[in-house]
Structures are given as structure tokens and as C-alpha cells.
Design a protein around this ligand. Structure first.
Ligand code: NAP
Ligand code: MG
Length: 402
């Protein structure tokens, strides 16, 4: 069989532990036999990040800027235990954080839906994509424990020295205070990433904040979204037959629960933190959650939402059998190949990626799956396979449709 050719390289970022094991297997079994893969390889495994003083992560992010599309394996974010385990020179930062800071992107998380796993919300028949704004608010706040009686004020000193003051509260006793901020530039990037991704995936975009209560802070989010929509995206949305919908965050929550799904739900930082866990759980399994970082300039980085599945890796190292679900990592590859194919007008590549996705979904729908999914089914009459067995089963289905 002739392998599919590629014109532009994909930025490939390898990672750690069990997902590194899966990464190799996916490439060898499901990609390389069919695609003459052109990739620029960056080893983001913790050992090499340590060896390069984390320069490799920055290089990978720069490469995504150059080529436009990357695919990333899950990586360890070091903590004190990992510093010891890997004898690290430093507690290197989260690679995802570093890449996001360079690309200035928004993360979109979408569950992979299979017919035999029913979401907890029975009317959710289509995936819900959560887009979380990843800057500011409570994640970059300044907090203060008020020790007793006194006045708290909000003070702003302009660069010209002009001072504006507002009383927050006259405390009569102990209490708490916090100062939060956000940047119009960051909110604008977030809005553009969301609008672009909605156009890209042909899905409605919903956004909610609490503008009635927070008349300046949350209202600014609302205004920025509405202004950018009106001036840059309204016509494009209408041409694609999709909708931008703003309402209060509590109203959005109620509507999402009653909906059939299928929309992109843009969330402020905290809402996104909370709601992404709710949506992921309601759809079944973290192992079925895909993730893509989209920059306002239109660069894409695909990955699985889950981590390196450390517990399974330690079993694997001891020679024990594992049943790790590779779906989200496979979909990171297919997402990246599809996007690369679209940008290069390489239909063959797009079609191959779609066939691989279908083969993976069909495998599960026909009853062959890893343990995490088998546990979610009412009907236990399924073929539970190990890590390698699942990838082999997908390969057999893929071959039958090529
Ligand atoms: P995790 O790797 O997501 O795994 C947590 C648990 O979820 C696993 O122990 C497993 O449950 C289940 N699980 C996750 N993915 C699965 C899959 N593909 N198949 C089957 N089960 C799966 O999270 P973690 O253990 O908290 O983190 C491990 C490392 O990953 C950490 O060093 C962290 O820094 C890193 N991490 C990286 C990323 C990223 O690169 N994007 C994201 C999150 C975490 P059972 O053990 O019950 O089977
Ligand atoms: Mg969370």
C-alpha cells in the first residue's frame, strides 16, 4: 500500500510515563504504516526537559508558531516528589503553561462520544465543548485577612500619578478581602479564539458572565465579546449558519443542562475550571476527553486532557498488565492530522484521520474496550482488552476500511 504523503511537518511533542508508551504504539501501529509522517520531533519527556533546562519546551512552542499545528503527549508537571524521582535541577514549570504563555491560546475540551456509554444527562446527545479563559481572576488574585476594624479601599495610581480611590468596606471586625484583575488584551484574545474555533468546528458559541451584578468587571467580558462579534464575526457566523449567544452565567447553566449539547461553551476562568470537571464527569471518562489549544493567530496544539496515567505506568514497569485507554491520545493525533490536511488541502490525510477516528469509535461501540470504559457500562458482556490489545483491535478495523 502507498503511504499518504505530507507537505508540511507536524510538530510532534513526546511526553512521559504511560502516555509515552502509548504514543509510540499509536505511531507504530496506527500512523506510520499508512502515513509517510513528516514531523518535527521534540522530546518533552521530563528527562530531556531537565537536560535542556526546559529549552526544548520553548523550542516546541516556537515550532508550533512556525508550522501552525502540533500534537502533544501528556507530560509530567514536576512537584517536590518528581524533583527527587528524576533528580531534577529545578522544579520546571508545567509544559502546558509554558506553551500556552507563548501561543497565548485558549484550551477547548470536547468529549469523544460513543453510543454505548450514556452521559449522565440523558438529553446530551452531542458533545459539549468547554473553552476556559486561562488568565487572571481568582487565579492571580491578591488576598488579605482583615484583622479587625478598619477601612478597605480600592486604589489605582495611574502612570501619571493620578489617584482614584473607592471604599470597598468599612470593617467593624475581622473579615477577608481579595483583589482580582484581568486584561482587555487577554479577554480579546480569548474571544477571538472562541469565535475562530466556532467557525472552524461549525458550532454555536455560548458565553455567560454575571454582568448584572458585576457591572464593570464581568460587564467588560460581555462588552468585549459583543463588540468583537459585531465588528469581526457576525457575517461569518451568519454565512455558516451558526450562532453567538450571550446570557447570564446561571441562565447558561440551566440551558446547557436542558440542551442536547453540541455547542462551545466559553467560560471565564473559574467557571471553566468548575464546569469542565462537571461536563467531563457527566460524559463518562477523562480518558475520552480531547483537548486543543487554539491561539488567536490560528495555531493549533492537540492533546489528550488526561495526564500521564502514572499508576498504570508503575504497573507497566513491574511487568504487570495494564488497560490504559488510548482514545484521547489517538484523537489528538487525528485532530492534528486533520488540521494539517485542511491547511495543506491534503484530502487524503483528512480522510485517513477520519477513518481512524471511526475505527476507534466502532471498536468501542462493538464491545471491545479498556477497563475504564467497561466499568461504566450496564451491560458487562464486553471484551475487555489490555493497552496494546485495544490499539491492535482498532488497527484491525482500520485495515478493513482502508
Ligand atoms: P492522570 O494521569 O490523568 O490519571 C488519573 C487517573 O485517571 C488514573 O490513575 C486513571 O485511573 C484515570 N485515567 C486517566 N487517563 C486514563 C486513561 N487514558 N486510561 C485509563 N484511565 C485513565 O492524572 P494524575 O495521575 O493526577 O497525573 C499524573 C501525571 O500527569 C502528573 O505528573 C501530572 O503532572 C500529569 N498531568 C499532565 C497533564 C498534561 O500533560 N496535559 C494533565 C494532567 C496531569 P485509575 O488509576 O483509577 O485507573
Ligand atoms: Mg478543575
Amino acid at each position: 500500500m502507498n503511504r499518504i504523503e505530507m507537505t508540511t511537518p507536524l510538530v510532534e511533542m513526546d511526553g512521559d510515563e504511560m502516555t509515552r508508551v502509548i504514543w509510540k504504539d499509536i505511531k507504530n501501529e496506527l500512523i506510520l504504516p499508512y502515513v509517510n509522517l513528516k514531523s518535527e520531533y521534540y522530546d518533552l519527556g521530563l528527562e530531556y526537559r531537565n537536560e535542556t533546562n526546559d529549552k526544548v519546551t520553548v523550542d516546541a512552542a516556537e515550532a508550533i508558531k512556525r508550522y501552525g499545528v502540533g500534537v502533544k503527549c501528556a507530560t509530567i508537571t514536576p512537584n517536590a516528589d518528581r524533583v527527587k524521582e528524576y533528580n531534577l535541577k529545578e522544579m520546571w514549570k508545567s509544559p502546558n503553561g509554558t506553551i500556552r504563555a507563548i501561543l497565548d491560546g485558549t484550551v477547548f475540551r470536547t468529549p469523544i462520544i460513543v453510543s454505548n456509554i450514556k452521559p449522565f444527562v440523558k438529553n446530551w446527545t452531542k458533545p459539549i465543548t468547554i473553552a476556559r479563559h486561562a488568565y487572571g481572576d481568582v487565579y492571580r488574585d491578591v488576598e488579605f485577612k482583615v484583622p479587625g476594624e478598619g477601612r478597605a479601599e480600592l486604589v489605582f495610581t495611574s502612570s501619571e500619578g493620578e489617584i482614584t480611590r473607592q471604599v470597598i468596606h468599612d470593617f467593624k471586625g475581622e473579615g477577608v478581602l481579595l483583589g482580582m484583575h484581568n486584561l482587555n488584551k487577554s479577554i480579546e484574545s480569548f474571544a477571538r479564539s472562541c469565535f475562530n474555533y466556532a467557525l472552524d468546528s461549525k458550532k454555536d458559541l455560548w458565553f455567560g458572565a454575571k454582568d448584572t451584578i458585576s457591572k464593570k468587571y464581568d460587564h467588560t467580558f460581555k462588552d468585549i465579546f459583543e463588540d468583537i462579534y459585531a465588528s469581526e464575526y457576525k457575517e461569518k457566523f451568519e454565512a455558516k449558519g451558526i450562532e453567538f449567544f450571550y446570557t447570564l452565567i446561571d441562565d447558561i447553566v440551566a440551558r446547557v443542562i436542558k440542551s442536547e449539547g453540541g455547542m462551545i461553551w466559553a467560560c471565564k476562568n473559574y467557571d471553566g475550571d468548575v464546569m469542565s470537571d462537571m461536563v467531563a464527569t457527566a460524559f463518562g471518562s477523562l480518558a475520552m476527553m480531547t483537548s486543543v489549544l487554539v491561539s488567536p493567530e490560528g495555531n493549533y496544539e492537540y492533546e489528550a486532557a488526561h495526564g500521564t496515567v502514572q499508576r498504570h505506568y508503575y504497573k507497566h514497569l513491574k511487568g504487570e498488565e495494564t488497560s490504559t485507554n488510548s482514545m484521547a491520545t489517538i484523537f489528538a493525533w487525528t485532530g492534528a492530522l486533520k488540521k494539517r490536511g485542511e491547511l495543506d488541502s491534503n484530502n487524503e490525510l483528512v480522510e485517513f484521520a477520519m477513518k481512524l477516528e471511526k475505527a476507534a469509535i466502532d471498536t468501542i461501540e462493538n464491545g471491545t474496550m479498556t477497563k475504564d470504559l467497561a466499568l461504566l457500562l450496564d451491560n458487562k458482556d464486553v471484551n475487555v482488552v489490555n493497552t496494546e490489545g485495544f490499539i491492535k483491535a482498532i488497527k484491525i478495523r482500520l485495515e478493513s476500511c482502508l
